[in-house]
Ligand binder design. Structure first.
Ligand code: CIR
Length: 254
């Protein structure tokens, strides 16, 4: 059960966010509308939302999932792997302190870690070794998790930006997986729901209190998720996709 969400209003500089997609720049007005609809979808799941103000100096700052990790025992300020995003931590830390008080940990240099590379499955946190998360950052996170009675496991990955670009844990043993993650032995104990290659963007979903919030426009994935018995809520994230972002990236859930 999640009680709280932290999100951030997108800044106008979002149009200059880091992108590997060849799909043009986001339309800021539309991105704002989509963000409001995303927050409405979350509210319907019964959570309280702390909405942080836009940060114009950080084009990617709407993607609050990366500079912080919220566990049930502590908050963790990460050290984002992209130089242009590193300063986002200065404004996420006070937000974490509102919930966790002094119980806030940090990833330190030379470690780097984007929490989009971290997937929670109960008390176990899978940590993807990506272009953004290095071995030092991942091992610091494992040590922090163990200090708080939690477990960290490393996952190698090659193709996508973040671990949760291609994976989403929907609780109840159900794991959505796309591409390189479908056959990973690390996840063979879970019920793998394969997301087809041409819908791979739909692997980035979030479970929130029995509901699954997913991007609109991916009918095969949507029906597979509905068949599992979840209440599915679709949101349009077209403008965030243009800067490599999706449903999970825009909130911290805890
Ligand atoms: C970035 O490259 O950092 C942003 N343009 C997208 C971040 C997406 N975050 C996520 O998947 N957790």
């Amino acid at each position: 059960m999640f009680n709280y969400i932290i999100a951030r209003t997108p800044c106008k500089a979002l149009i200059d966010g880091i992108s590997s997609a060849d799909d043009g720049k986001p339309n800021y007005e539309l991105a704002m509308k989509q963000h409001l609809a995303y927050l409405d979808a979350l509210r319907m799941c019964g959570v309280e939302i702390l909405l942080l103000p836009p940060l114009e100096n950080y084009p990617d700052s709407v993607f609050v999932e990366d500079p912080a990790l919220c566990t049930k025992h502590c908050g963790i300020v990460t050290r984002p792997g992209a130089d242009s995003r590193r300063g986002e931590i200065d404004s996420i830390e006070p937000a974490l302190r509102r919930f966790y008080g002094d119980n806030v940990e940090r990833i330190e240099a030379p470690g780097t870690l984007d929490a989009g590379d971290v997937m929670m499955v109960g008390d176990t946190f899978y940590i993807g070794l990506s272009a953004r998360t290095n071995a030092e950052g991942a091992s610091q996170l494992v040590a922090i998790l163990e200090k708080h009675g939690l477990t960290g496991r490393l996952v190698t990955m090659e193709k996508v930006l973040h671990l949760k670009t291609g994976l989403a844990y929907l609780e109840d043993g159900n794991l959505l997986a796309a591409g390189e993650f479908v056959d990973k032995p690390e996840f063979s104990h879970l019920n793998i729901i394969e997301i087809p290659e041409d819908e791979s963007y739909a692997a980035n979903c979030i479970w929130v209190n029995g509901n699954v919030i997913m991007p609109s426009g991916y009918p095969i994935s949507e029906s597979k998720i509905r068949d599992l018995g979840y209440n599915v809520v679709t949101v349009d994230t077209s403008e965030y996709r243009k800067v490599d972002g999706g449903v999970s990236c825009m909130s911290l859930r805890f």
